[in-house]
Design a protein around this ligand. Structure first.
Ligand SMILES: Cc1cc2nc3c(=O)[nH]c(=O)nc-3n(C[C@H](O)[C@H](O)[C@H](O)COP(=O)(O)OP(=O)(O)OC[C@H]3O[C@@H](n4cnc5c(N)ncnc54)[C@H](O)[C@@H]3O)c2cc1C
Ligand code: FES
Length: 507
């Protein structure tokens, strides 16, 4: 029987068999120098670097360490961020592109440095390629290669791309890297706790107060006083820098497969659409092929199981697949001008830092965030900081795209309020189906599980009130406005929401 994507385990490879110690829930008030909120690569790197500078640090994670996007990534550690350098040269000038390149190279080497301290995570040096399959894409890559070289990167155009299907060549960076994201995070967690970081899991940061003397982080389990707070939650839950309107989330789908030949000995990504990111991963004494693609806006009706099938079809067109092993999907935010936001939450704040907008390159960008925020808290000037500043002036060239994105969110907010007159009844839902329906006279987000049990929760996102949308691929409620996600019984999967969807009655 031919292999099919739906036969793959619905779970991230990075979270399989990685033994992370469980950390306690916060229990009562305390005081430290720095509170870091978020236990992904950004939060853990920041906490570790600050603790090594002698700061007392505690890290809060609302779920378990590594359950966010870092636990669902592709694991490429590179300064090659798709078609970035030509764009940044236009919007931030050649100095901006050079700064971006130097900063991301330094972040990559910071990861390598932590690995050298004894993190066993299959870290390996690889060439990274962006490949073309049309003349138009090749032209884009010519421009990107020139821009990357001008930015000081080792970019070359290579006619031979190590893929089992024809291409029109690709831009190659040597000396890039890949790792096992789960084992890297486990190692980073160990280094952080050895440096004195206290970790509290199942502890959600819900608010941060700041005055001239310090900050207070609120959680349901106690308050923590601190001199500084770092919000490293993929998208900050504090709406103080207008970041909700300046970064937009998209989801992508990941499949791993056993193939009989043609595993790439490099990291690869297509220049155009449909976008595919490709690598191989050491697994179980052999190697799996990993392919990522099928991206779309978070909260879109495109979130269907067919996304996995289509990705599987792409793989089967080019490789002989013995079995599909893992499938998962995840999301990340892109900033309006293509440069991550890293720094103080707004111009008035002196003590609260955020990091977001990594556009699916946060293994380097999140590591960089840890480096920049640590310098800022230490009072050390960093020449790269201003490019990434959250309060930078937005380049005009990017304004139309930014306005279009905000128009989409505004339309959702308005449309969700107007188009609410006719919904089906919750009892009409088939097993495994979810939808905005009527239940006991109320409009709800309803779901019927495979055993027939009905679930109903409020259909209004607890962040800013948009109507959530059914994600049929993951069986979750996803918000199209700023990408909060909830389980079928309303628990938070992804922020910026900090409150669950309240339950509603079912018949
Ligand atoms: C499919 C996919 C593939 C990718 N591949 C690559 C790649 O190959 N290379 C690369 O560089 N980047 C890649 N990225 C991007 C990269 O994985 C992310 O940018 C990066 O992992 C983000 O790390 P983070 O620590 O900022 O966020 P996360 O890893 O999401 O961590 C944030 C943590 O904060 C917690 N949290 C949220 N809200 C709260 C709260 N209120 N209180 C307490 N805790 C909270 C969450 O539970 C989570 O654990 C990819 C992204 C996707 C979606
Ligand atoms: S995430 Fe902002 S309204 Fe839902």
């Amino acid at each position: 029987m031919a292999a099919h994507a739906s036969q793959a385990k619905h779970a991230s490879l990075w979270r399989e068999a990685v033994l992370l110690r469980e950390y306690p829930q916060l229990d009562g008030d305390r005081a430290v120098d720095v509170v870091v909120v978020g236990g992904g690569i950004t939060g853990l790197t920041t906490a570790l670097l600050l603790a090594r500078q002698g700061r007392s640090v505690c890290l809060l994670e609302h779920n378990r360490i590594g359950t966010g996007t870092t636990g669902h990534t592709t694991g490429k550690v590179t300064s090659q961020h798709h078609l970035t350098y030509a764009r940044i040269s236009k919007t931030h000038g050649s100095d901006g592109a050079r700064t971006y390149a130097m900063a991301m190279e330094a972040a990559k080497e910071q990861v390598a440095g932590f690995v050298e301290e004894g993190i066993d995570c299959d870290f390996r040096r690889r060439a990274a390629y962006i490949y073309a399959t049309s003349a138009a894409e090749r032209k884009l890559l010519d421009a990107e290669t020139r821009a990357a070289r001008q930015a000081g990167l080792p970019a070359v155009f290579d006619e031979d791309v190590p893929l089992p299907f024809p291409t029109l060549g690709g831009m190659r960076f040597d000396n890039q890297a890949e790792f096992h994201a789960g084992r890297y995070l486990a190692g980073l967690t160990r280094l952080a706790t050895e440096a004195g970081v206290e970790i509290f899991e199942h502890t959600r940061g819900t608010d941060v107060d700041e005055d001239d003397h310090g900050c207070v982080v609120h959680t349901p389990h106690g308050r923590i006083q601190a001199k500084h707070v770092v919000v490293a939650t993929l998208m900050p839950f504090l709406d103080r820098g207008g970041l909700f309107a300046r970064a937009f989330a998209s989801r992508s789908y990941v499949l791993t497969a056993r193939v009989d030949s043609g595993l790439p000995g490099a990291s690869l990504m297509s220049a155009g659409s449909p976008m595919h990111s490709i690598r191989s991963v050491p697994y179980d004494g052999g190697e799996l092929l990993m392919v990522v693609g099928q991206g779309h806006h978070a909260g879109s009706s495109k979130a269907q199981p067919a996304r996995y099938d289509q990705l599987g079809e792409f793989i089967q067109q080019h490789w002989n697949v013995t079995s599909f092993e893992h499938r998962w999907s995840a999301q990340d935010y892109s900033s309006d001008d293509g440069v991550p936001y890293i720094g103080r939450v707004n111009l008035r704040s002196k003590r609260v830092y955020v990091a977001t907008g990594f556009k699916k390159w946060g293994l380097t960008a999140g590591t960089l965030a840890g480096m920049l925020i640590t310098d800022a808290i230490r009072g050390r000037d960093n020449p790269w900081a201003s490019l990434f500043s959250t309060t930078r002036v937005k380049p005009l060239a990017e304004a139309p795209k930014f306005l279009a994105e905000n128009g989409r969110v505004a339309a959702r907010m308005l449309g969700d309020r107007v188009l609410s007159l006719r919904q089906p009844e919750i009892s009409d839902l088939l097993p495994g189906e979810g939808g905005i329906v009527n239940s006991c006279g109320q409009k709800v987000a309803g779901y019927r599980d495979d055993d027939g049990t009905l679930y109903a929760v409020s259909s209004r996102c607890t962040h800013l009130g948009c109507q959530v949308a059914w994600n049929a691929a993951e069986r979750s409620w996803d918000c199209p406005c700023h990408a909060s996600r909830f389980t079928v019984d309303g628990e938070i999967l992804n922020g910026p929401a900090t409150r669950p969807l309240p339950p509603r009655p079912t018949p």
